[in-house]
Write a protein that binds this ligand. Structure first.
Ligand code: AKG
Ligand code: FE2
Length: 193
C-alpha cells in the first residue's frame, strides 16, 4: 500500500473513507524548482494534440499531452527530478508519467475517472502541478453528490487513491478569466503491458 513518508507543508486530507482517499499536499517542490521544470518541459517536450469523438463528431482534445515510461533511458531530466520529489512523499512504485499542457483558460479536461485498466489496484495516481494555478473539480458519481473545488498550485501534489476512481470524477474546467499555461504530471503505477 502507498504510504506518505514525509509531509512538507502539511497534507490536507480532502476525504478518507471507504469511497476513497484524496490528499492535497502543497509546497512539495520549491517555487524556483517548479518554475525551472515548467520552463524546461514547456520548451523541451514534443507536445501532441489529439482528436477524440464527441457527440459523433471528431474534435480536438482541449489540451496538449505527452507520455513517458519512467524506465525510458531518454526520460527528460525534469521528469527524473520530479519523480524523486514525488517518491519522497508518496511511496509507490510509479512506472509511467502522463503530461498535460493547458495552454490557457480555454484548455481543460472533462470530468472523468482515470482508466482502471491503466492502474494497479492499491496504488494512487499522483498529480504534480507546475505553472499557473488551475481549479480542479472532484465530484462524487453517486448521491449525495459531494463536490470539491480545489486550486492546484505550482509545486503541489494531489494524490487520489485507486478506490476514489470508482466513486469520483475529476476534471479541470475551462475558465473565463485569462490564465497562463499550466503543466500537470500524472504519475501512475501501470500494469505491465
Ligand atoms: O491536469 C490535471 O491535474 C489532471 C489531469 C488528469 O486528470 C489526467 O491526466 O487524467
Ligand atoms: Fe485524470
Amino acid at each position: 500500500m502507498a504510504q506518505f513518508s514525509l509531509f512538507a507543508a502539511g497534507p490536507q486530507v480532502l476525504f478518507d473513507d471507504p469511497s476513497g482517499r484524496v490528499v492535497y499536499i502543497p509546497e512539495v517542490v520549491p517555487a524556483d524548482t517548479s518554475r525551472a521544470w515548467f520552463a524546461q518541459l514547456f520548451e523541451g517536450i514534443a507536445w501532441r494534440g489529439g482528436r477524440r469523438m464527441m457527440y459523433e463528431r471528431e474534435v480536438d482534445v482541449p489540451r496538449l499531452r505527452a507520455h513517458f515510461e519512467l524506465a525510458d533511458p531518454d526520460l527528460p531530466a525534469p521528469l527524473h527530478e520530479a519523480l524523486a520529489a514525488v517518491r519522497a512523499v508518496v511511496d509507490a512504485p510509479f512506472t509511467s508519467v502522463g503530461l498535460n499542457l493547458y495552454r490557457d483558460e480555454h484548455d481543460s479536461v472533462a470530468p472523468h475517472n482515470d482508466k482502471l485498466e491503466d492502474l494497479v489496484r492499491g496504488h494512487p495516481i499522483v498529480l504534480l502541478s507546475l505553472g499557473a494555478t488551475r481549479e480542479m473539480v472532484i465530484r462524487a458519481k453517486h448521491p449525495p453528490r459531494r463536490v470539491l473545488h480545489l486550486d492546484l498550485v505550482a509545486g503541489s501534489l494531489l494524490s487520489m487513491d485507486y478506490a476514489s476512481q470508482f466513486h469520483y470524477d475529476h476534471g479541470i474546467p475551462k475558465q473565463r478569466a485569462p490564465m497562463g499555461p499550466r503543466i500537470s504530471l500524472a504519475f501512475r503505477v501501470r500494469p505491465p503491458s
